[in-house]
Write a protein that binds this ligand. Structure first.
Ligand SMILES: [Zn+2]
Ligand SMILES: [Zn+2]
Length: 98
């Protein structure tokens, strides 16, 4: 079973995003951002892959398939290499309007 990587922080501003955070956003590659960055500087698009950002689902603490007790959240913090900026509009045009 492929598991969603529940990353512990925003890749832009390094804000903590625990697995129960309701304001975490991810792209299809699991790049993770806080709401402030996702809706602010990033304008709803991942700066790495240019894909759209959606609210991250919350994995329950436990349950029929194990939840966080069996499949804990990632502890590996991921940070952007440089300052986070709005996705390049040149590339975005290619992706979204091509
Ligand atoms: Zn952030
Ligand atoms: Zn991405």
């Amino acid at each position: 079973m492929a598991l969603l990587d529940l990353r512990p922080n925003c890749e832009c501003c390094d804000a903590d995003l625990p697995p129960e955070a309701a304001d975490a956003f991810i792209c299809s590659y699991e790049c993770t951002f806080c709401r402030r960055c996702a809706e602010g500087v990033l304008q709803g698009h991942c700066p790495n892959c240019l894909g759209n950002l959606v609210p991250r689902p919350i994995r329950p603490p436990a349950g029929p398939v194990g939840g966080l007790a069996k499949h804990p959240a990632s502890k590996k913090r991921v940070n952007a290499a440089g300052p986070c900026t709005r996705p390049d509009p040149t590339n975005a045009t290619l992706v979204f309007e091509g």
